[in-house]
Design a protein around this ligand. Structure first.
Ligand code: ADP
Ligand code: MG
Length: 256
């Protein structure tokens, strides 16, 4: 039986008086690739913050790897890439290797020096995302798409079982978005890392994800990708609040 990594049950959340999330049930299991989609302001980032333990729900339960989120001891099992992490300017004084290695600070302590073993782990993570040739370069010299791969490597360096990303392709041009998604596909299928991806790119993602959750304050659909594909565009448009028309897009299987 597959382990359950995230289990939300009847979660409610509000900022001050504004209800943002209602009656949220979401279950993510080992090896699954979830696309969490929804219009702007639908509560996606709030939900991610609850999953990461940065916000506490008003009610409902949040289990991570079977443990209550409040007492969850194994943050290293969850790699996180935040929105807009790929925006370092060219003057930022860190190499790609240093950025990736900094993903290990939770284990080694912020002020301890890094070992050769840490460097090896960082190089390995860079290989996984196809960026090992850039290890010595300054992070700011890379394109947005390349920086984002480096941030994925940073999230992977601690060997997580789950990767959580909030709109990671914002600011990446269309051609690179496709190769970014094929890299995620490879991570999920070959490295068996579960993925929870927040995105508004419905077309690109529904070809890759194994499961889809549609959020607009509450969950309007939650299930297998094939069932999401069978839904009518009109039905999706209704909860999305504006017309949605899906076009089939093919993502190359592996390319990185
Ligand atoms: P999404 O990521 O889907 O765009 P968010 O979770 O960021 O949505 O926001 C959901 C709603 O909560 C929006 O109406 C937003 O304005 C509001 N909101 C987000 N963050 C805060 C905050 N810190 N304080 C008050 N309201 C917030
Ligand atoms: Mg957001």
């Amino acid at each position: 039986m597959k382990n359950t990594l995230i289990d939300l049950d009847d979660v409610y959340f509000s900022y001050e008086q504004t209800a943002v999330l209602e009656n949220i049930d979401l279950t993510v299991k080992e090896g699954e690739f979830w696309a969490l989609i929804g219009p702007n302001g639908s509560g996606k980032s709030t939900l991610i913050n609850i999953i990461l333990g940065l916000l506490k729900p008003d009610s409902g339960s949040v289990l991570l790897f079977g443990q209550d989120a409040d007492h969850f001891q194994h943050r290293e099992l969850i790699g996180y890439v935040s929105q807009k992490s790929n925006s370092f300017n060219s003057g930022f004084p860190a190499t790609v290797l240093e950025v990736v290695r900094s993903g290990l600070t939770r284990k080694t302590g912020l002020f301890k020096s890094f070992s050769k073993k840490d460097d090896k782990k960082a190089i390995h993570a860079l290989k996984v995302v196809g960026m090992e040739d850039y290890a010595k370069q300054n992070i700011g010299e890379l394109s947005g798409g390349q920086q984002q791969r480096v941030f994925i490597a940073r999230a992977l360096v601690g060997d997580p079982k789950l990767l959580v990303m909030d709109e990671p392709t914002v600011g990446i041009d269309q051609q690179n978005v496709k190769s970014f998604y094929s890299m995620l596909n490879k991570l999920n299928r070959e490295h068996r890392i579960a993925i929870l991806l927040v995105t508004h790119e419905i077309d690109l993602v529904t070809d890759l994800a194994t499961h889809v959750a549609c959020l607009n304050r509450s969950i309007h659909f939650h299930g297998m990708q094939a069932d999401f594909k069978k839904m009518e565009d009109e039905d999706i448009s209704k909860w999305y609040g504006h017309p949605v028309r899906r076009v089939h897009q093919h993502i190359e299987e592996t390319q990185s």
